[in-house]
Each structure stands twice: as C-alpha cells, then as structure tokens.
Write a protein that binds this ligand. Sequence first.
Ligand code: SF4
Length: 669
Amino acid sequence: MAVVKTVCTYCGTGCEIAATVENNTILAIEGDQDGEVSRGKLCVKGRYGFDFVASPARVKRPRIKKLFIAHNRSQMPEILQKRLFLLSEIDNDFFECDLDIALDIAAWKTEDILQRYGSGSFGFIGGARGNCESAYIFQKFAREIIGTPNVDNCARVCHAPSLAGLSRTIGLGAATNPFSDIYEAELIVVIGSNTTEAHPIVGLKILEAAKNGCKLAVIDTRRIMLGKNADLEILIGFDSNLKTLNYIAKYIVENRLYNQQFLSERTENYERYFQQITDDHNAIDDNLAKLLNSLAELIAAKKTLFCWGLGVTEHIDGSDCVSAISNIALLTGNVGKIGAGLMPLRGQNNVQGACDMGVLPYYETGYKQPKTVGLMTPQMITAAQNGTIKAIFNMGEDIVHTHSNQTKIAAAVDQLEFLCVNDLFMSQTAQKADIVFGVASAYEKSGIYINAERRLHIAAPLIRSELLDDWQIFAALSKRLNKPISLNNYEEIWREIQAKAPQMFGSKPYADMQNRQWSSDHSFAARLHTESFATPSGKATLFFAPSRACAECAENTFQLTTGRALEIYNNGAQTNESARLTRKISEDAVLIAPNDAAKLDLNRRYALISRYGSSSPLALKSSPNIAVGTLFCTFHFARSRINRLFGDECDSQTMTPNFKSIRVQLEPR
Ligand code: SF4
C-alpha cells in the first residue's frame, strides 16, 4: 500500500489529494494535509469521484466508425486497405483496433483533407481536463503541423469573458490574488457564483472567513448557501448584472467614495469614465437600491475581494460585466493588495492552463498575439455547417452536449468529413466521431495543471495505464505526417513552453514548478499588479458599457437559468461513471418556486420549451430558493437535452453562450 499525492481532476480550485493505492488500484482519496489549497479538505467529487478510472466503459482501444471505413476504404492506399482486416467489431457503429492502425488511418485522412481543402479546413477544439503539456502540443500540432489558426478550448463556454473583460481593464485575464487572500479580505463580494456547489473548497474558505468576521455580500438571482450566510444577500432580476454593477459604480462616483490617489496614480482615463457612468440610466427598485448603496459604501471602506462565476460570464454582456466588476475594484483601489482583488472562479481543473498554453484562436502560448486570428468554436461550427471546415480534432471537449444550440452542433458535426476525438469515454461527441482515441485519465499520468489562482501543480500518476496521454497521440500523428514533433517527454515539452513564455514560467527546472503561481513579469508572484498593471502603459483603464434592458417574463413563461450540482461535474464525463456520485444524483431536475409549483402537477414530467428547442421531459421540484417566475436546472445528463433550449445568443466579445437566461414554457408530458 502506498500514498501518492497529486491534484484533483475536477474543478479549477485545484485541491491537492493524497491517494491510497494498492495493486494498481486506487483504494481511497483524502485531502493532502500539506496541500496549499486543500489543507486536507476535499469536496465529495474529489474524495469519492475516482472510481471512473476503473469503469468498464473506458475507451481502452481506438474505435473507428464503420460508416467511415465504408466511405473511405476505396480511397485509402492499398497498403492500408490490406490492413483493414485487423479491425474487429465492437458494436453496431464502431470497429476497434490497435493504436498503430488507428493512427495510420487518422494520418492518412488528415493528409487527404489537407491536400484537397488546405489547412484552413481544420478546426481544433480542446477541453481543459488535460495537462498543460497536452494543451501545448495540441495547439502546436494545429498551428505548426496542420497550419491552421482555428484552435479553441472549453473556456469558450465558461470564462472567456473573464479573460476579455479583465484584459481590457487591467491587461491580464487571470485571478489577481491567491485563495489564501480569502482570509485576508475584510469584505468578499460573490457575484453569480454558487461557490459551495461549483467550487466547494473555495466556498468553504469563504464561509470560514465570514465566520471569522469578514463581511460577505452575495449577488445572485436565486438564494444560495453563501447568500444565506451573507451580511448582504442581494437578489436581483434576470439579465440585470450590468445594471446592478453600473449602479454600484455610479453610487461610488456620485458620492465620492472612490480612492482618488489610486485612480490618479494607477489608472489613465477615470475622468471620462466618471462622465459615462454618471450619464448611465439606472432605474433600480428602492429596496434593492438601499442594499446596493450599503454594499458600495462597504466596498469603498474595506479591503474587498470580488469573486464571480458563470452567472456573470454566460450572458450576452458577460465581458462587459467582468469589466464592470473590475471598474468597481479600480474605483475603490481594491486591486494589487493583500486581501483585495479580482478572482474569476474558473471552471475546469486546467482551464487556466489551457488558455495560458494558447489553446485560443486569438492568443498563442503566453498570451502572444498570433499572426492570424482563428475561428472560435461557434464559428468553427458554423463553418462546418457551411462546408468550409471539413475536419475537427477534438481533445476531450463534449461539444455536442455542453455547448449551446445542440441541434445545430449535431447537424454540423454530422457534415464533417472527419471528426477525430480523444476521450476517456464515448461522450456524445465521441459517439459521432470517425476515430476515437481512448487516453489516460488525470490519475494515470503526469503533467502540470494550473488552477484558478495561477498555481502550478505537477501531477503524479496514481496508477499505471497502457493508454497514452493526449500529447502522445498528436506527437505520433505528427511523425506519420512527416513533420515530427521532436519533444519526447513532459520535461522537454515544458522547456519549450518556458522558452515561449519566460515571463510567466521562467527557466527553472521542471520539479521547481510545483506550487508556483505564475505572474506576467518573471516573478512567480502570489499577487498580480501590486506595482503596475499588465498594460503597455502600466496603468489600468476603466471600461464603460451602458446598462441594458432586463428580461421580463410574459404570462405562462418562466426565465430559466442553468447551473451545477455539487456531486456531478459538467457533462458528467467522469462523475457519471462514478457509482458513488451518481448514487446521490442521477438525473437533472427543474427547481421551481413553491407558488408556481402549486399551480402544476409535480407528479408529472414537464418538457421545457424555448424558441430554439425542447428539453426531454424532466421532474419538477419545488424550492424556496427560486424566485416566482423563474426556474433553475442542472445540465449534467445528456439525455435531458437541456442545451437544446439555447441558441446562438452569446457574449458579443467572446461568443460565450447565454446559458444563464432563456425564456421557456413548461409543457406536461
Ligand atoms: Fe476537487 Fe474542486 Fe472539490 Fe477541490 S473543490 S476537491 S478541486 S472538485
């Protein structure tokens, strides 16, 4: 029996874990008492959600779609055709085979599409469950081997607006402070984040801080656990984030609560912003205004940490709202200080790392501008529908389940000549793939992961696996395409990453990366922007965007928002294969206000109908936490078809879908 330490595979909190392992089997996982983040604590996913590793549903050998072989057999070179007898039937749709022949077929098809349509016909969509090394090689394969700028990652459906909204104010789209500053703050403002469910250990830290005297303010559309423990619980209407944030900023300006010295020394356009925010029209209900006035006064008086989640970003004005939060922090001098700063609570375990590595169409590794800006995922989907994108390489991102406008995505993917997927399981997207490469899970490999506070963790494999890491699949393909990626292990890849982004990752040896928090000025600092901002002038810019009209519910319709449950993670790729977790929750349910529930038959199932589509029939549950006229639903189970309800409405800067607000009707089924 051995204890092996590594990092949790689920959310961007990045808790350190200590696993008990025997005979190549994980027996138990505890929080690592020495972990900088977890301090021995884990949520239910981290503690119990490891049995997916041994699930019989894992893709252990590559799979190739029978229809793909039928359509392509005659065009393959004779030598490849002769080896097709090596494919063996696994089910109605797929053959399975050895890695070697799957790689040869994938390389042949890639070359075929390159020759017929060129490099611009390729799209690369990455997930953020993999390590930095895989993310780096994925974008390198796309840009250098295939020659396409069309590279994106799953930040597109979560925190791309945080990157955009912060970049245009303080020059860098990353959390400014470490999680430990939660205990240093005098006030924590949580906006659009059900932190105790989505980032449970961060939620726990916030509750601990509040118990120890830190003031807590929570802004949300529904009652959440943090709100119930807050000094100020501020319930707002749907689509009113920007209006609320601008109101706070306006109150601060009009009542001269701003930090003049900070504005003069650290920002460059505050007078213009003062004029714009003063002119902003903000009709706010009297009771809400009183709460917001109190909050503005508290923010001006106290060291304040601002935390937000997808309740801010997944709106049509997500980037503007992030800038609006940043504006309030700048007005009150709450950036670049111990216990004061901006903390986007980023989603998956390595979504920060995937962005840092340049798995984005508008940034290369280390946030360098690329020569050519590529397509974002929704643009790739539209291009696939139009026939200009012919092939997509997908690394662990279940676009068919987790992106909006599912019907369109499914149809677009069906039109591709070639869809190649790396994943642990046959996700909705893998089921549509022509070739699926099963890859090692986070608990079976090494690599660096970067959490939401920019902290690097070097993972250790808990158990051995024959399966390759994602980067090894792309390195093997590059050799077959006669443009070999000559990086042979994690350390060699990391050295190249360091050479591309020395300002972030320095040049120290690989092992020295453990627990460091990257900065943008060669310093590996826990806090950013203490002296100057990451802008060309070193000064921050206040960015004004006007408030917009808010959603109003028509008769017999509800405003729906979606979110997570504690036990399941995203599309359930791993958690749905964990018997311990699915025992606690095994289907999505719709929460409805008691007054609305009283008018319905809760023994029946209801389909949600929006102007874009219909969900599967779902159970309704009455909840006192939901406001009249609104609904809340999780999106974890593909069979619920929740994301069919959402269309192409998105944040105007980043095309992040408007997952947090859609008008629906309930139809009994
Ligand atoms: Fe894992 Fe996140 Fe839970 Fe920590 S809070 S144990 S990182 S899922």
